[in-house]
Design a binder for this molecule. Structure first.
Ligand SMILES: C[S@@+](CC[C@H](N)C(=O)[O-])C[C@H]1O[C@@H](n2cnc3c(N)ncnc32)[C@H](O)[C@@H]1O
Length: 282
């Protein structure tokens, strides 16, 4: 059931991403069709936080696609001609009223709240009037699944290490670092309680520490109210997949689960809304 080696795990991740983007694109196509924007000859989208560009070929099915990220991945070179700008979403350097759609995949959960007003202003500047802002984010279920997934990951890597040790013992070593060298400063300075917690509790982004804060922030309702408070008009939430953040099986949400909102990733769509009105002089 679980991938047996690194290549199989990579293939698993690729299939998971493929499934997620396919479902997201189905949701977007539906939305664009209803807004009468699907198949428009001058349709153009922009992916924000595009990473290695995995999503770009999918966005190109709607029309032209541009992209931006804080960093430029060398993999973007394989995508042919692409208008890529290395920048943050809060100041994209793209022309005003250029895009029908701003899309973003698994990025907003990492964006500081303080950037929301600047993002709203920038989205409104570069979107055509009535254009869409759509993004996928993890849900609290993803955080919950992360805990056993992390234990499983730790158990797997310990098993691999034990296997390697057995292999190393069977073959003569060339040179190995002194014991403890790999532990670094953290291992030396840590108190006993902190060390026990680090070993016993799952660690890393979103799980520990900061689990409850992340769980509150990841609620679909919370995304909607924060974006509405920042001037966006909510259109819809489409549940995408149920999966843990590791090599666990991935399940698309079904017609039965969708109304219940049971999912670990969700596509949220908004329009940028109208600019805040200047207070009237009395
Ligand atoms: C989890 S990765 C997702 C990458 C890609 N969207 C995908 O699905 O494979 C998050 C990406 O967002 C980018 N990012 C984070 N904060 C950003 C910001 N303020 N402006 C632009 N890109 C940002 C990171 O550089 C990174 O490539």
């Amino acid at each position: 059931m679980f991938p047996k080696n690194a290549e199989a795990a990579l293939e698993h991740t690729r299939r998971k991403r493929e499934l997620e983007i396919r479902l997201a694109m189905e949701g977007l196509a539906d939305l664009l069709r209803r807004k009468g924007r699907l198949g428009h000859p001058d349709f153009e989208s922009m992916e924000f936080g595009c990473g290695d560009g995995f999503q770009i070929p999918h966005l190109r099915r709607f029309g032209k696609a541009a992209a931006s990220d804080l960093y430029r991945s060398a993999r973007l070179d394989g995508l042919g001609e692409l208008d890529f700008r290395q920048c943050g979403i809060e100041r994209t350097l793209f022309e005003r009223e250029r895009f029908d759609l701003i899309y973003s995949n698994q990025v907003f959960q990492d964006i500081p709240e303080t950037l929301l007003p600047a993002i709203r202003a920038e989205a409104r500047r570069i979107l055509k009037p009535g254009g869409l802002l759509a993004f996928t984010v993890p849900t609290p279920l993803w955080l919950v699944f992360r805990i056993p997934a992390q234990y499983l990951g730790t158990a797997q890597s310990l098993a691999r290490r034990a296997q390697r040790r057995g292999h190393d013992r069977a073959t003569p070593a060339i040179a190995s670092p002194p014991d403890g060298a790999a532990q670094g400063v953290q291992g030396r300075d840590e108190g006993a309680l902190a060390k026990a917690l680090r070993v016993l509790l799952p660690s890393g982004y979103g799980a520990y520490p900061g689990f409850w804060e992340a769980a509150r922030k990841y609620r679909t309702r919370s995304w909607i109210s924060r974006f509405e408070a920042a001037g966006f008009s909510f259109l819809e939430a489409k549940p995408l997949l149920i999966y843990a953040p590791s090599e666990w099986p991935v399940v698309p949400t079904t017609a039965r689960l969708n109304p219940l909102g049971i999912c670990s990733s969700v596509l949220l769509s908004f329009t940028a809304g109208s600019p805040p009105r200047k207070p009237q002089a009395v």
